[in-house]
Design a protein around this ligand. Structure first.
Ligand code: AGP
Length: 613
């Protein structure tokens, strides 16, 4: 999500840091900052001017005092605390003698911040990251060296982090540490480097090493020393990288879309992080709508466009089933023109990865005019929708660059399922033990998403068999229906092939007339409640000569027997199945689009965010 760069010992540190940050720009960012080791101590500058922040920072750095021996830089994509100068990194301790940049999410930051404040620390931002600076400060005050202080800090925090710390007392040293979020340390000619990802280091590094979980590195112009959580020296794993900057920005994938599809385990894990308590409760920190108000809600409307609408459709099934609340779902561009009945006991949920889609924004504005409570699910902190809503649930998928939504869609699905269970808890429609059991299944999702990706490795071979087809139908029942819609949308968007998503049971009421030899029908046939009925629908299409591709649970040969090709996914709770079932469909669309030579990141006629009506 955020980008980190740190450099010590080269000739022009500020320029190298700015160049490194520019190379991380592709990740998307809302603010940026640097801390430079200059003659009189640390010099820190931050800018929060959206995509112009780096230009602002460059201007500020040109006025930095004296020569500089080392420094760290950061591009921020907000997850906790809105994009603003005070929330931008680096963060500092109370005395301004150290500076920290961080990528990840500190799950127990509220708890830590309260203890730090009680101990007299002055925290100035609303980020989770700032606690790191004060924890390191505290350990140093107790006599620890910088490296031991970082290790001590790591022991106190839960969650994911890649962090780099510099201290004015040792101007050429950077201490880097990681857990879950990646961090790379590197050596160069008489210089030491650290970065969140490879592109920032290409051309400079002579050797790169990936830090493992809970490892701490001391990076200085003389080299890199890595130790584990106990302080014992370890030999870091050397990375063999032969990418150019462009390939490295795509993480070695051919395009951003494929990279983002493979980032889905992290997108799901990030969205769940800190929200499923060990004792089996759902925690929603930015909810802001009172629990009592939510209990009194009589009706829920979900408004969204495109993929976000499909995520909303899945949520309708989950919310009605678990929270027993009536849910209507509307395409946002239709909502305010149909005179919906709204009042203060209505909850309107706007789902939008960008938080800027004009149709959805206008729909939530309309809802507010009618006194409805408005909750927004957005991937962009402080987006227009997030600012105007009563409450927000942020998906933490990181910036999505490919026009076709992939990782943000999965993140929306899990965010909305978490919300459904939260409402069920409030309304008492599920027993705590039932919620706790469902949360346990949810915790398995990131690993299962990774498994689904692994299981789709032969997707290019499968797709090649259908490369000459011109007509595609995607069918599913129950929550398989929104998955079918999403599979068809992905195919349309990037391959430009004609694809329709249908509820499988509806096919025989008309569209089945379109089926002929060579039409491809893709069915969502995982073992959910209506599997038998789904298989009857599959038999109907086979009888009309269609070629059948089925999404089936791993090892389900009974389902595979009715298919010309099978796309395998792990099994899970039926209402979580969309999170996994959609993955091979994203890849199927991707493979067909690539086979047709299309630019999958920038499909024709489409914009990533639609800000016109
Ligand atoms: C999805 O692949 C599309 N690019 C598009 O349908 C998108 O989901 C829609 O425009 C909504 O965008 P939003 O989530 O940013 O509001």
């Amino acid at each position: 999500m955020c980008g980190i760069i740190g450099i010590t010992g080269c000739l022009d540190v500020p320029e190298a840091i700015l160049e490194g940050l520019a190379r991380l720009e592709y990740r998307g960012y809302d603010s940026a900052g640097v801390a430079l080791q200059v003659e009189d101590g640390l010099w820190v500058s931050r800018a929060a001017n959206g995509s112009k922040s780096l230009a602002d920072l460059r201007r500020a750095v040109s006025g930095a005092p004296g020569s500089c021996r080392a420094g760290i830089g950061h591009t921020r994509w907000a997850t906790h605390g809105k994009p603003s100068e005070v929330n931008a990194h680096p963060h500092q301790d109370c005395k301004g003698t150290l500076a920290v940049v961080h990528n990840g999410i500190i799950e127990n930051h509220f708890e830590i911040a309260a203890k730090l404040s009680a101990a007299g620390h002055e925290l100035v931002s609303s980020t989770d990251s700032e606690v790191l600076a004060h924890l390191v400060e505290e350990a140093i005050a107790e006599g620890a060296s910088l490296v031991d202080a970082v290790r001590a800090c790591m022991k106190k925090v839960r969650g994911s982090l890649a962090m780099v710390v510099v201290h004015a007392s040792d101007p050429e040293l950077m201490v880097a540490a990681r857990r879950v979020s990646p961090l790379i340390v590197a050596t160069a000619d008489a210089a030491g480097l650290v970065a969140s990802d490879v592109p920032a280091l290409l051309g400079w590094a002579t050797a790169m090493y990936a830090l493992e979980d809970d490892e701490v590195a001391e990076v200085s112009p003389g080299g890199v020393l890595v130790s584990d959580a106990s302080g014992a020296r370890v030999e870091p794993a050397r990375l063999e990288v032969d990418w150019d900057v462009g390939a490295a920005q795509k993480g070695g994938f051919d395009d951003f879309m494929l990279k983002e599809i493979h980032e889905q385990p992290d997108a799901v894990a990030g969205t769940l992080m800190g929200r499923l308590s060990p004792s089996g409760e759902v925690l929603l920190d930015e909810m802001r709508i009172d629990d009592d108000e939510l209990r009194e809600v009589e009706k829920v409307f979900i408004v969204a466009c495109g993929s976000s609408y499909h995520a909303g459709l899945v949520a309708k099934y989950a919310m009605e089933h678990w929270a027993r609340t009536a849910v209507e779902i509307d395409i946002a561009s239709e909502f305010r023109y149909r005179d919906p009945i709204l009042d203060s006991r209505t909850l309107v949920i706007g789902v939008s990865q960008s938080g800027e889609t004009l149709d959805t924004l206008q729909a939530i504005r309309y809802a507010r005019r009618w006194n409805a409570k408005v909750l927004v699910v957005s991937n962009v902190v402080d987006s227009s929708m997030a600012r105007e809503a009563d409450g927000v649930i942020y998906t933490r998928a990181g910036p999505e660059i490919g026009v076709a939504a992939t990782k943000t869609f999965l993140a929306q699905l899990v965010a909305l399922e978490v919300l459904s269970l939260y409402l069920a808890g409030l309304r008492g429609t599920l027993y705590p033990a039932e919620i706790s059991g469902l949360l346990d299944s949810m915790r398995e999702l990131p690993a299962k998403v990774a498994q689904a990706l692994e299981g789709s490795k032969d997707i290019f071979d499968v797709a090649a068999r259908f490369a000459s087809a011109e007509e595609f139908f995607f069918i599913g029942r129950h929550v398989g229906y929104p998955v079918a819609l999403e599979g068809a949308l992905k195919l349309k968007e990037i391959s430009y092939l004609h694809a329709e998503g249908y509820p499988a049971g509806e096919l025989k009421h008309g569209p089945i007339a379109l089926l002929e030899e060579g039409t491809v029908v893709v069915g969502i046939a995982t073992r959910t409640r209506l599997w038998e009925k789904m298989m009857a629908n599959v038999a109907e299409v086979r009888a009309r000569g269609a070629m059948v591709v089925l999404v089936a649970n791993d090892g389900d040969e009974e389902t595979a027997a009715l298919a010309d090709a099978t796309l395998w996914v792990p099994s899970t709770h039926p209402l979580f199945a969309p999170v996994l079932d959609v993955i091979p469909l994203q890849l199927f669309a991707y493979a067909l689009a690539r086979a047709r030579g299309n630019d999958v990141d920038r499909p024709r006629n489409l914009a990533k965010t639609v800000t016109v009506e």
